[in-house]
Design a protein around this ligand. Structure first.
Ligand code: UFG
Length: 327
């Protein structure tokens, strides 16, 4: 396949480029480098610096590169930022995705479309684990913008025959250190990279956002899924679509929840370092527990996360950090 990866210079996108290349696909990356890193893109991929919302340019790219499928990663991803600066999310995530879809639908043979969605479409769940039919009540413009794109995909599929998958990531984590890839957000807000910075001594301490949640140890529970497993799920979704499989949304998680304290313990075990913590008030908008029900992806796509031990996720993220520091 010839696959266009939007946001291929970002965290999950850059890992996907490696996965596609390793599976002998041709890859074109489209990224505006607003948050991504040019050096994260494999030299074996063609790199185009540009805006996914520039419909005419993207339509020309799809035609000239004879693109068979698109993995659309390019997006804004910070829940808190989406509350204070919602325009970035409605414009960046919804308007740009709709403009990209205009280019897709203008193709004589529209490429299959795999969309990076999020567990944030559910909001605070009624019960965990969460299945795909759980009511969608996003609690931030970030979650709203992702859900709105999903709704567009559903209606475009029905009306225009667009083939799509929406992959709802739970907590993407880990790295592919051998490929020189890892998580590099600026600023960093995600738990595992922050805890690793504390272990490495580049941050003084970790603030635990809330210690009296209704969870076994009082800290929030999340479903951390290895980025390499996410990439394998995208490959499975692409195969499913190009072989005539039905369009649908899928949760991508491990089905197992881990608390903030369990993550801290894993980091201590893996690094052999201490992690000083401060107990801080809860962060606005954080639900107590988010864990995926993963049966649909297993049944329909034949995908299941393989790197399910928290220590594996942490060890790979740490390996990348150590390697990046050594330059
Ligand atoms: N946490 C801390 N201290 C920190 C950072 C995080 O205690 O310094 C806690 C958070 O409160 C949360 C957990 O660690 O309970 C994980 O936090 P992250 O910021 O790593 O991830 P979130 O679960 O908040 O968000 C992730 C993605 C979002 C997505 C969401 C969907 O980053 O893009 O999952 O569930 F919307």
């Amino acid at each position: 396949m010839r696959v266009l990866v939007t946001g291929g210079a970002g965290y999950v996108g850059s890992h996907m480029v490696e996965t596609l290349l390793a599976a002998s696909h041709d890859v074109v990356v489209l990224d505006d480098l607003s948050t991504g890193h040019r050096d994260a893109v494999s030299p074996k991929a063609r790199f185009v610096e540009g805006d996914v919302g520039a419909t005419a340019d993207v339509a020309a790219l799809l035609r000239d590169e004879r693109i068979d499928a698109i993995c659309h990663f390019a997006a804004k991803i910070r829940v808190e930022e989406s509350v204070s600066a919602p325009r970035l999310y409605w414009q960046g995530n919804l308007v740009r995705s709709l403009a990209l879809l205009e280019a897709v639908l203008a193709s004589p043979t529209p490429p299959a479309f795999v969309f990076s969605s999020t567990a944030a479409v559910y909001g605070t769940p009624d019960e965990v684990p969460i299945d795909e039919d759980h009511p969608k009540r996003p609690e931030s413009p970030y979650g709203e913008s992702k859900l709105a794109v999903e709704r567009a995909l559903e209606s475009y599929g029905r009306a225009y025959g667009l083939r799509w998958s929406a992959l709802r990531y739970f907590n993407a984590a880990g790295a592919n250190a051998e490929a020189g890839l890892g998580e590099r957000h600026e600023p960093e807000t995600h738990l595992i990279p922050i805890v690793l910075d504390v272990a490495a001594g580049t941050r003084p301490s970790l603030s635990i956002y809330g210690t009296s949640w209704p969870t076994p140890d009082g800290t929030c529970v999340r479903d951390y899924v290895h980025v390499s497993d996410l990439c394998e799920a995208h490959l499975a979704a692409l195969r499913h679509l190009v072989t005539g499989g039905a369009s649908a949304a899928f949760n991508l998680g491990t089905g197992r929840g881990r608390s903030v304290r369990e993550v801290i313990d894993a980091v201590k075990r893996v690094t052999g370092r201490d992690v000083p913590v401060l107990e801080a008030p809860p962060r606005a908008g954080d639900p107590a527990e988010l864990v995926a029900k993963v049966e649909r992806a297993e049944k329909v796509l034949g995908w299941r996360a393989r790197r399910t031990e928290l220590d594996t996720v942490v060890r790979d993220a740490w390996a990348w950090k150590v390697r990046a520091k050594q330059g």
